[in-house]
Design a protein around this ligand. Structure first.
Ligand code: PEP
Ligand code: MG
Length: 582
């Protein structure tokens, strides 16, 4: 099967289909309602036992007082709740319907009640109701399939229908090594997560989740979008040979680990890593990276069932600082909305979520949440070189409001006598055309800029980064995007402020030479791309690349720019070059 390769590499393993993907519940009428209630009772008892075992020893909490309720307790209570169960049983008896239909209907009603609540913690219970009822329905329907919390097999490849917050969490599990999805785009956060963790991924394979069985053998080639289900020996041999060539190339790149980045004519550069989890930080440490140029803190929020308290966040940030041993870490403040919505937060329903209440806009509307995050980051600044990065700024007023909150929190820390670095730098992500156009003004108001090309493409081209049908417009090669990037680099230089680029474009082997030619000296890329980026930059000469950048900026279409870059830099993609010794 052929799809779109969105995370490079070749991987083989067993298909893992989450059982929730297979849950299809239909209404049926039954003759024996009492027998149906018995069936329900049995499923509830089995689900209770499963949940007990599942979460036994699961809840590891840093600061007991500040943690939210643990999942086992919540799920267990739901299954023992007489009101919830009573209503299901009543429905079966009164309407003579099948148990799974009654569970689904009553659970939807309960979930809706929780969803309508203002309190974030209670709102999160909606997901618990859905999870518990899905478990009971699975038992009623005898659905086989994986449950990652219990699955101890290694080398699993997740096959799913769509990529939402749940799949983002699944991808982070160690035993998931690759990903195949019916939907998805190169710019979605689930695929960025796959690339960050070097898990090959192919998307856009319509019907694939129905074509495979849990446990099938599968090969995923994220380089060119090929997926082989139960392939023959010949295909396996070919893929193994390609895997071997790739790992040889990676071995050769190892010689760049721990070395300063430098162009062929001696310009000093920085290659930082993008992180969203402990695993990413570990990967950055493994290649001896220069620091973390973008820490996507929202994953601390997305991977929990409750709003992380200040103490929990502080622990996460401090852990990163200690791991990086004095190297800089840039913490981007909460960037939620769009495809990243924690279930427990009250977010308004919006027609255009990408243009709506996300990132800094959300933080400034929930100053309680923002303050707690800023306080945790500032506390972590006592443990190393910390910077704060503000996402989705589109107007100067937002920078000023955020800085007021930061100053206020600093005052509070001083009053309390809590140690922090008062000179913690504050930067702005330039990811809206508005911010790029006024980047000269923004640069005056902050300490550094970081270009977020993933969103800059989305907003410049006015194309939803999650819209597969329009992905032909979502291109980092678009002339308008590249011109805005260049404007921002120039404005930062004029203002004497450092500028970095932390979107996926920075690690694109066809584009990093052009960015260097435009004057970019700091690249923040996914951990797996760090050494390759260092290698590519080590082969470039300033004047030559400046000339290339000038040529590219005069081309009229994304296709022409892509062709130009392929003609000049495709050797960096194939990795045919053995890295040179510096
Ligand atoms: C970006 O928009 O380029 C970026 C780095 O952030 P994210 O992909 O998380 O939106
Ligand atoms: Mg962004």
């Amino acid at each position: 099967m052929k799809g779109l390769g969105v995370s490079p590499g070749i991987v083989m393993g067993q298909v893992y289909v989450d059982w929730k993907e297979q849950l299809e519940i239909e209404k049926d009428y039954v003759d024996d309602a009492e027998g149906e209630v018995e069936r329900l009772n049995l499923a509830v008892a089995t689900a209770s036992e499963e949940i007990r075992q599942l979460y036994a020893g699961e809840t590891v909490v840093v600061d007991k007082d500040e943690a939210g309720p643990d999942l086992y307790r919540v799920h267990g209570i739901m299954l023992g709740d007489p009101e919830f169960l009573g209503e299901i049983r009543d429905m079966i008896v009164a309407q003579n319907v099948n148990a799974e239909w009654a569970v689904k209907t009553v659970a939807e009603k309960f979930a809706q009640v929780f969803e309508n609540m203002d309190n974030d913690c209670l709102k999160a219970r909606a997901d618990d109701v859905k999870d518990v009822s899905a478990r009971v329905c699975r038992l009623l329907l005898h659905i086989e399939g994986g449950d990652l919390l219990k699955d101890e097999r290694e080398g699993l490849i997740l096959v799913c229908k769509s990529m939402g917050t749940a799949e983002i969490s699944l991808i982070q599990k160690n035993n998931i090594v690759g990903l195949v999805c019916e939907e998805g785009t190169i710019g979605s956060h689930a695929t960025i997560m796959a690339r960050n963790q070097h898990k090959p991924a192919v998307v856009g394979l319509s019907g694939v989740a129905d074509d495979v069985y849990h446990g099938d053998f599968i090969i995923v080639d994220g380089n060119n979008g090929d997926v082989f289900i139960n392939p023959d020996e010949e295909t396996i041999r070919e893929c193994r040979a390609r895997q071997k060539r790739e790992s040889l190339f990676q071995e050769q790149l190892r010689s760049f680990a721990g070395r300063p980045a430098c162009s062929a004519d001696g310009v000093l550069l920085k290659v930082y890593g993008n992180a969203a989890s402990d695993a990413d930080i570990k990967s950055i440490v493994e290649v001896d990276g220069h620091g973390v140029g973008l820490y996507r803190t929202e994953y601390i929020y997305l991977t929990r069932a409750h709003l992380p308290a200040e103490g929990e966040q502080f622990w996460e940030y401090k852990k990163a600082m200690l791991a990086m041993k004095g190297r800089p870490v840039v913490f981007r403040t909460l960037d939620i909305g769009g495809d990243k919505i924690p279930s427990y937060l009250s977010m308004p329903e919006e027609k255009n979520p990408a243009l709506g209440h996300r990132a800094i806009r959300y933080s400034l509307s929930r100053v309680d949440i923002f303050r707690s995050q800023i306080k945790a980051i500032l506390r972590a600044s006592a443990y190393g070189d910390v910077s704060i990065l503000l996402p989705l700024i589109s107007a100067i007023d937002e920078v000023r409001s955020a800085k007021n909150v930061i100053d206020d929190v600093k005052e509070e820390l001083r009053r309390e006598g809590t140690p922090f670095n008062p000179r913690t730098k504050v930067g702005v992500v330039v990811e809206t055309p508005s911010a790029a156009v006024i980047s000269d003004l923004i640069a005056r108001e902050c300490d550094f800029l970081s270009i977020g090309s993933n969103d800059l493409i989305q907003y410049t081209m006015a194309v939803d980064r999650l819209a597969a049908a329009l992905s032909y417009l979502y291109s980092p090669f678009s002339p308008s995007v590249l011109r805005l990037v260049q404007t921002t680099i120039k404005n930062a230089a004029t203002a004497g402020k450092p500028v970095s680029l932390c979107g996926e474009m920075a690690g694109d082997p066809l584009l990093s030479p052009i960015l260097f030619g435009m004057g970019l000296r700091s690249f923040s890329v996914n951990p797996f791309e760090m050494l390759r980026t260092q290698w590519i930059l080590s082969l470039l000469k300033t004047e030559e690349m400046r000339a290339c950048a000038d040529e590219v900026l005069n081309l009229a279409t994304a296709e022409e720019i892509h062709r130009y870059c392929r003609e000049h830099f495709s050797r960096f993609v194939s990795g045919d070059y053995v890295p040179t010794e510096q």
